[in-house]
Design a protein around this ligand. Structure first.
Ligand code: CO
Length: 660
């Protein structure tokens, strides 16, 4: 590493070690997981990785983050790759460097809690297939959502790294983080990661937090920062000076903005400090050239940041991706002019709901509630099921108390869950195997893939079972062709139907299923970005061609359904004419469903008499299902829309006769 600038005299005693003392610094490379999840919509292929893995393995990194997060889902859904195969192939080649994965605690790789039996089996197989270090986090920092994962990792011989999901709020004090860390240490973590997913950890906060942790707990501390606000490099320097022994970096072409800081920069900085990582510079150079070339090949399908950093995040700490997502949701509702009101409402909702860190899935549900409050003109008048579940405690314990009035308004007399949410879940494995055609299953790992992502796993299994020459082009390759302006309608490009969006199917009736789709579009585990516009567009009276139009500037991120028009274009709402007489109208633009989530029978039938407050249907909008209620006692005269058809805001849905 070249020395730059004029050397000044080393100031005395301001650093924990003298300049002659060398303190080893461990560097984890995130290039093969977080970096491409954050910058490339998780579209790195297994073959890309295998082309360069030997060189990466020779660098001298502390560990390589190569698995978990959204990679698993994207492998199945978009790349038609077996994620377990990818892991095994990397492990076969990377003999020197431990492999790391990101595990969402009890959520495993998804967006809801899974039962303990599935988590244990997943961890056992991940260990067997090559994961050495498990970084385990929970969006709410609820230790109860981490404990089983930590115990399982220890049981199967892995390194269990605990995590603090970093956010800023009045209750997220240094003391509170230390308390969380202590709980994790008691369960047996081997190290602890400070996970700054939004890139808002300032250098001074890093220094304070790391200093306190180093003093209070005895496990090594690692920093994981995103460069979104531009502070990460400085925060690493201060964090390391305060005692963090490890940092996460990516190779420069895959670094910066929503990814990690570049490894080359960090080495140059630490080169003149007592901390040092002995990395092979020639190998880094080769890796850099490899990814520069790959970036060019894939360029057309890549999201290009509009700015070198995201300055908005410094103002209100709302992750940049979340802002663009809110914007697209409001656009979908024809209410973009209300965006400033939503920005004002969002911190209030977050406060009401106990200051959850804005991380998937909480970022999505808090954001939507703010939008709902603004659109409805009344707070908590429209409340999606996911918010009810959150308030009920099904996601875990919020960092602070939920406002009692808001709680009463949302839950009524319903009781909250006070125990560990996963205790309510029945084992999944005993029935899972019998649900899949045995001809499609090749290994035990397949069953786990199916349990985590049933639809995409089945699509992949069916694709895999075809003779090679008959297999349709994987969606990710179609994206690439489309972006490069190549024709995509040749025989093999006709895609197998991808998971059905917004059909009354159990999997897609919940936010979790929808979030899976969103996340698999490739955003880091914390942000959902404007690129999921395709989904919000789905529910509207807008043709897929229109949806495509709206996506034109970012074709890589359009969903395969949108990209290929595999689903026939929905006719616009069939009964648009203003019906005379009273009616129940749609509160939002979206999709009308006559039945409850995942089930039958319809809420109401023609001829029924319903009381005020009775749910008469749901309207899916902005990826959530919203119950529509009768405002007074009435008789159902006619249901004007077909189940599953698009509906506009204020459009009559049900013709009624007012009673009383
Ligand atoms: Co990250």
């Amino acid at each position: 590493m070249g020395k730059t600038g004029t050397k000044k005299a080393e100031p005395k005693s301001t650093r924990p070690a003298g300049p002659t003392q060398r303190i080893p610094l461990r560097i984890t490379d995130t290039t093969l997981r977080d970096a491409h999840q954050s910058l490339w919509a998780t579209r790195m292929r297994g073959k890309d990785i295998l082309e360069i893995i030997d060189t990466i393995d020779s660098v001298g990194y502390y560990s390589l983050e190569v698995w978990g997060g959204a990679t698993f889902d994207v492998c199945l859904r978009f790349l038609r790759e077996n994620p377990w195969d990818r892991l095994r192939k990397i492990k076969e080649r990377a003999k020197k460097t431990p492999l790391q994965m990101l595990l969402r605690g009890q959520n495993i790789l998804g967006y809801r809690n899974y039962p303990d039996d599935l988590l244990e089996h997943f961890v056992a197989l991940a260990c067997e297939n090559g994961v050495d270090i498990f970084r385990i986090f929970d969006a709410l920092n609820d230790t109860r959502n981490l404990e089983h994962a930590i115990e399982c990792v220890k049981k199967y011989g892995g390194h269990a790294q605990g995590t603090l999901s970093y956010t800023i709020s009045p209750v997220h004090t240094v003391e509170e983080y230390v308390r969380c860390a202590r709980e994790q240490v008691q369960i047996g973590i081997d190290s602890l990661c400070i996970k700054d997913m939004a890139g808002i950890l300032s250098p001074i906060s890093a220094e304070k937090l790391v200093s306190a942790l180093v003093k209070e707990i005895k496990v090594p501390i690692q920093l994981h920062c995103h460069a979104t606000s531009g502070m990460a490099i400085a925060s690493y320097v201060e964090g390391v000076r305060a005692g963090a022994g490890a940092i996460d970096c990516a190779i420069s072409p895959m670094a910066g903005y929503q990814s990690q800081p570049p490894v080359e920069t960090m080495l140059a900085i630490f080169d003149e400090m007592p901390y040092h990582a002995t990395l092979n510079m020639d190998a880094l150079n080769e890796i850099c050239r490899f990814f520069l070339k790959l970036k060019k090949e894939r360029g057309a399908t890549m999201h290009q940041p509009e700015n070198v950093i995201d300055p908005d995040i410094l103002r209100h700490h709302i992750p940049g991706g979340m802002i663009s997502n809110l914007r697209s949701q409001l656009e979908g509702q024809g209410a973009l002019d209300k965006i400033d009101q939503v920005f004002e409402e969002l911190p209030r909702v977050r406060k009401d709901l106990g200051y959850p860190p804005l991380v998937t899935p909480t970022s999505q549900i808090i954001g939507i509630q703010a939008v709902m409050n603004v659109l409805a003109g009344k707070r908590y008048e429209m409340v999606p099921q996911e918010i009810k579940d959150y308030v009920k405690g099904l996601y875990g314990r919020p960092p602070a108390r939920i406002d009692p009035q808001v709680k009463r308004k949302i839950l009524g007399n319903e009781k909250c869950v006070t125990g560990r949410p996963a205790d309510l879940l029945k084992p999944m494995l005993p029935t899972a195997a019998s649900e899949v055609d045995p001809k499609l299953i090749q290994s035990e790992e397949d069953i786990i893939s199916y349990c985590l992502f049933p639809e995409p796993a089945l699509e992949y299994f069916r694709w895999r079972a075809m003779p090679v020459e008959d297999r349709p082009t994987p969606p990710a390759e179609l994206e690439l062709k489309k972006a490069a302006g190549q024709p995509t309608q040749v025989h093999n490009d006709v895609p197998v139907p991808i998971a059905k969006p917004f059909l009354p199917h159990e999997e897609y009736q919940s936010l979790h299923g929808l979030l899976e789709k969103v996340d698999s579009l490739g955003f880091s585990e914390l942000t959902i970005r404007r690129n999921d516009l395709a989904f919000s567009l789905k529910g509207k009276t807008i043709s897929y061609a229109d949806a495509e139009e709206g996506q034109a500037e970012e074709p890589a991120f359009s969903s395969p359904e949108t990209a290929t028009s595999a689903t026939p274009v929905e006719p616009p709402a069939e009964k648009k004419q203003e019906e005379a007489g009273p009616s129940i109208n749609s509160p939002l633009s979206g999709t009308f469903y006559a039945t409850p989530a995942g089930g039958k029978p319809p809420f109401v039938a023609v001829g029924d008499t319903v009381e005020a407050g009775t749910t008469v249907c749901t309207v899916e909008a902005m990826k959530l299902f919203n119950e529509v209620k009768a405002s007074g006692k009435c008789k159902i005269v006619e249901i004007l829309l077909k189940h599953g058809s698009p509906v506009q805001k204020d459009q009559p849905i049900i013709k009624i006769e007012l009673l009383d």
